[in-house]
Design a protein around this ligand. Structure first.
Ligand code: PLP
Length: 376
């Protein structure tokens, strides 16, 4: 039996920022302006471990450190192994580059016809719309492009990307991601959606964003009005731990749902964060309660300096096995490896089939391991 995850567990509030007027706290621009971005600011709020201090001192040259007050508040400051803390506060292990790691592990550059566009699959493209995020995930697949820390100064060429999409009639699906596309201004989002909608062969527009988790205040009524205007918009949120799904996030997701946005989620399997069935189950159950359908669970990409986050793939398969059949089918994401080198998302599944005869008779096992047969 799975424990129920009642709404009373959805933590929230101003916490360490209790003295800040509520209207400021609820203003996403205030949250962005008051992000913690330096070791000094962080040390005012939390007792850092020597490992974190070493990590922070090195972060400036590869991936900037940043955390919104909202997200920082969700960290249990007395616990150096807090699963949210591990995701945003750098550790020294980040500076160690394993031989199998790469700056662009999933080979996006070689499928990029112009800055900010990746065309890997036949009918769909990824638009990297900005180099900014509200907080920087230490395991980021695109750490080479975001935050400007490495001196790479990536900027997407949105005009060139739109020209490419308009000229390629096979592109029916555009995934707008980043960086975090919801950090664009309302006007930029409105204009981008309008221009994509105006391309006749673009049937499906979806966004990928961690803003509902990192900066739920950004999901304003005005932004929701913009989504309403542009027809069916799908959104994949990125959440890795149930503690990230606060009251504020629940409210933001409700506003999005009421604006007609269809929502899924993506999670990354991370050591010490969510690499056990109990945590994953609580995460997916909470997502369903917030109207989000778990979509993908990713094996952590072999990005430079992320070996300390990676978990054997068998662990992920085992977690999926412990979900399938034991909870709502809607709660079970597809576990995938984004094939290093550019092969794309490749499903990895527990195996329920013992054999299939040449005639088509299937010998299989159900979720409890009991044997069954399906006739030819
Ligand atoms: C993930 C991704 C997509 C979308 O893949 P789906 O499996 O359709 O969600 C498209 N393009 C690129 C480059 C991607 O990495």
């Amino acid at each position: 039996m799975f424990p129920q995850d009642g709404k009373e567990n959805w933590k929230s509030g101003q916490g360490l920022w209790n003295d800040v007027p509520e209207e400021k706290w609820n203003d996403w621009r205030w949250q962005m302006q008051n992000r913690i971005t330096t070791r000094r600011k962080l040390e005012e709020k939390i007792r850092l471990t020597p490992d974190e201090i070493a990590g922070l001192d090195a972060a400036g040259t590869h991936l900037a450190f940043a955390a919104t007050p909202h997200y920082f508040n969700l960290i249990d400051r007395d616990n150096p192994a807090d699963p949210l803390r591990l995701q945003v506060i750098p550790r020294f292990a980040e500076t160690k580059i394993a031989p199998e790691e790469a700056a662009d592990p999933i080979g996006e550059e070689k499928f990029s016809p112009c800055p900010g566009l990746v065309h890997r699959y036949p009918d769909r493209v990824l638009l990297i719309s900005t180099n900014k995020c509200a907080c920087y995930c230490r395991f980021c697949t695109r750490s080479r492009l975001v935050s400007d820390a490495s001196g790479h100064a990536f900027r997407p060429d949105i005009e060139a990307a739109l020209r490419y999409i308009a000229a390629h009639t096979e592109v029916r699906d555009v995934l707008v991601s980043g960086g975090d596309c919801l950090l664009l201004s309302d006007e930029e989002i409105d204009a981008l959606l309008a221009r994509l909608r105006a391309i006749p062969h673009v049937e499906f527009i979806r966004l990928g964003s961690r803003v509902p988790v990192f900066l739920p205040q950004r999901i304003t009524p005005r932004l929701c009005e913009i989504f309403k205007k542009h027809g069916a918009i799908w959104l994949s949120i990125h959440a890795n731990h149930p503690n990230e799904l606060s009251c504020e996030t629940a409210a933001a997701l409700e506003r999005l749902a009421f604006a007609g946005v269809v929502m899924g989620s993506q999670s990354v399997l991370l050591r010490g964060v969510n690499d056990n069935a109990e945590t994953m189950r609580s995460l997916v159950h909470r997502l369903l309660q917030m109207r989000v359908r778990p979509y993908y669970l990713y094996a952590c990409d072999p990005v430079r300096g992320t070996a300390h986050f990676r978990v054997p793939v068998q662990k992920g398969i085992e977690i999926i096995r412990q979900l399938r059949g034991f909870t709502s089918g809607y709660a079970v994401p597809q576990f995938v490896i984004d094939a290093p080198g550019g092969g794309g998302k490749t499903p990895v599944n527990p195996d329920y089939i013992d054999s299939i005869s040449p005639e088509g008779r299937v010998e299989m096992r159900n979720f409890l391991g009991k044997k069954y047969f399906y006739p030819c």
